[in-house]
Design a protein around this ligand. Structure first.
Ligand code: PMP
Ligand code: GLN
Length: 400
């Protein structure tokens, strides 16, 4: 006799497919220009790709060391010194992972016990909340809201308590485009220190800041060197999102648990890609300044076009993304409806900003547009949105 299957994991069963995958599939279905999921439509630096390709052919294709190939760990330590003045031991304070996504999960695994509280800031990247819950920890959500995305200091302080084990902070922030200021970071650092907590720092957009905004790792603030886990992503820094190479910089007292979390999750990351990324991190300063200058010009191009169409474009200090209020265009539905509508009708895809909030009362009149695309693609997207807008105006006239 058989009995019906028991239910699978409740948390995973209750978790939907990521909004990025859903919207990318919808874009393909409707032949839309995909300004949704954040990936460049151009290649990363040729020397980096070539180094990885050549590394495939030189016979080092078996399991690399658990914490990463020595070349990459050395390059991560050196980049910490070059960009932020952090002195890092490459042998004991760097762990290479399969993307920042794995790195963030490893950081949460390294410190959280069931019942611990973890402070998360909305809008939040889609893996944070389910992973915290899967670990049996308790998320304490603090909300930033557009258009100002100000850090609500009193609420943040109230979210910390005796059970707080960690905060997860994303700067530059997706989708807000916010770069946390040194004053805001000092406020966070003070709370973290007063509660004996750790800080998990999602800094994947560290090199994508604009208008002179400098990214400041929380780890560089006084007293924070021993409590921060700083996460970077080769996907963003070298426009190679498919590679999924991430790196964590953390004090030698934390790194062993990070390595063990990585051991359980994936154990290692493809050695040729690691060696390509090591070459990338060693590129001259002009590569990094050129990357942000190129993206700043793309941001300006898309922002100007969206503003001209009537969108309420919010400032972006860093990341790949612009958030824009679509209400001035007279669309009365919510952001999910709007992003579906423009995908199907204008043939341009964006991401609803409410997807980055856990609560039902999230801001729901903003769309996130990625500008890490060829200029011609951005121009075509704007032309399509303009055509869609005129057709709507015509439609309203005829209906009236
Ligand atoms: N954090 C944020 C804020 C992101 O936008 C992304 C984008 N993918 C990630 C983490 C994950 O990075 P990776 O692709 O290296 O896993
Ligand atoms: N980070 C990317 C974004 O925010 C998406 C990554 C993913 O699809 N998981 O668009």
């Amino acid at each position: 006799m058989t009995v019906p299957l028991k239910p699978q994991n409740d948390l995973l069963s209750a978790t939907g497919t990521t909004v990025f995958t859903v919207m990318s599939a919808l874009a393909v279905q409707h032949g839309a220009i995909n300004l949704g999921q954040g990936f460049p439509d151009y290649e990363g630096p040729e020397v980096v790709v070539r180094a990885a390709a050549e590394a495939l052919l030189d016979g080092r294709n078996q399991y690399p060391p658990l914490t990463g190939v020595p070349e990459l760990r050395a390059a991560v330590a050196e980049a910490n010194r070059r960009f932020y003045g952090l002195e890092i031991d490459p042998a004991a304070e760097v762990v290479v992972t399969s993307g920042a996504t794995e790195a963030l999960t490893a950081c949460l695994m390294a410190v959280l016990n069931p019942g611990d509280e973890c402070v998360l800031i909305e809008p939040l990247y889609d893996t944070y909340l389910p992973v915290v819950r899967m670990l049996g920890a308790i998320p304490k959500l603090v909300r930033l809201t557009p258009p100002k995305w100000e850090l609500p200091r009193a609420e943040l302080a109230a979210a910390f308590g005796p059970k707080t084990k960690a905060i997860l902070l994303n700067s530059p922030m997706n989708p807000a485009g916010k770069v946390f200021t040194s004053a805001e970071l000092a406020f966070v650092a003070d709370l973290v220190q007063r509660h004996g907590a750790y800080a998990i720092c999602d800094e994947v957009y560290e090199h994508l800041t604009f208008d002179g905004w400098a990214h400041i790792p929380l780890m560089t603030l006084p007293g924070m060197r021993e409590r921060c886990m700083r996460v970077g992503s080769a996907g963003k820094t070298f426009s190679l999102t498919g590679w999924k190479v991430g790196y964590i910089t953390a004090d030698r007292s934390i790194a062993p648990n990070l390595a063990k979390a990585h051991q359980l999750l994936t154990f290692t990351t493809p050695p040729n890609l690691q060696r390509g990324v090591a070459v990338g991190l060693g590129l001259e300063d002009s590569y990094f300044t050129g990357l942000s200058a190129t993206l700043q010009a793309k941001r300006d191009r898309l922002a100007a076009g969206l503003s001209a169409l009537g969108f309420g474009v919010l400032p972006t200090q860093g990341s790949y993304f612009i958030t824009a209020d679509f209400r001035p265009l007279g669309f009365s539905g919510d952001d999910v409806a709007f992003c579906r509508h423009i995908t199907e009708t204008a043939k341009v895809t964006a991401i609803p900003v409410s997807a980055f909030y856990a609560g039902a009362d999230a801001p729901n009149h903003y769309a996130r547009f990625a500008f890490c695309k060829a200029d011609a693609v951005l121009d075509e997207a704007l032309a399509r949105l303009a055509a869609w807008k005129s057709a709507r105006v015509e439609g309203v006239r005829e209906a009236g």
